[in-house]
Design a protein around this ligand. Structure first.
Ligand SMILES: [Zn+2]
Length: 246
């Protein structure tokens, strides 16, 4: 979740960013989605037998997908890489190297109650007013001296001072991140369209209704036979009316 918060701050436009991991290991699925309005939601599916913290063991044959959807309806952008680093931060660093050719460093940490991170990214050379050829190496080395405890316990202001007190730094106003899920009966209905009418009818025969819990917020959605038939009736309409004409 911290990685997603840091990643969306690199976007130059409004939109949403989704970080997704799928694997054959104990952590089979992880999805975190954040929007420019600072709302965040996430879900994960894992096996109780997790006994290693290395990302490569947690996510055997894992894929990391990053999807960016601009708000203004511009085309969404998706990039997929194999997980072959032992940490999420190294995986994301290599994603930026491979997909975007941008030097990026990321530090992530968490305990049972808190999570924190730092992301630094090299700006294109021509965006610098005064050339400082050593800037990237220097900032990277200074940032590397941060400890997990410092990251978790110090305020952003103190972290910046502790790492970069020799540099000319500017601290922006903090943003409050909050949980929000925008699931709706409409989006669950769209998801059900991907399942066959017959399969849904057989679930209703067995359970009386189709029950879906949103995997992000656990909100419950129920569909009875009338709802299910209505979903497929509206979908079949164009074909049926075509048939009538022939
Ligand atoms: Zn939801």
């Amino acid at each position: 979740m911290t990685a997603t918060v840091l990643l969306i701050s690199t976007l130059k436009y409004e939109g949403s960013l989704t970080l997704q991991i799928q694997s054959k290991g104990p952590l089979s699925l992880l999805v975190v989605q954040m929007k420019s309005d600072s709302t965040l939601r996430g879900t994960a599916e894992w096996d109780e037998t997790i006994n290693s913290s290395a990302l490569t063991s947690l996510c055997e044959e894992g894929l990391l997908t990053i999807t960016v959807e601009p708000k203004d309806g511009k085309e969404r952008y998706q990039s997929i890489i194999n997980i072959n680093h032992s940490t999420l931060s190294a995986t994301i660093e290599s994603y930026f190297k491979q997909s975007e050719q941008i030097d990026t460093r990321l530090w992530l940490t968490a305990d049972d109650n808190r999570t924190a991170g730092i992301l630094i990214q090299k700006l294109p050379d021509d965006s610098l007013q005064h050339k400082d050829n050593d800037a990237w190496n220097r900032i990277e080395q200074l940032a590397s001296t941060i400890t997990d405890t410092e990251l978790l316990t110090l305020t952003s202001k103190k972290v910046l001072h502790r790492l970069f007190n020799q540099e000319n730094i500017r601290l922006f106003k903090p943003k409050t991140i909050r949980f929000h899920c925008d699931c709706s009966k409409k989006c669950i209905t769209n998801m059900l369209r991907g399942i066959s009418h017959q399969e849904l009818q057989s679930i209703i025969k067995k359970d009386g209704q189709v029950n879906i819990n949103c995997s992000f917020c656990r909100k419950h959605y129920a569909f009875d036979i009338i709802d299910i038939d209505a979903i497929f009736a509206s979908e079949n309409l164009p074909n049926d009316s075509l048939k009538d004409q022939h």
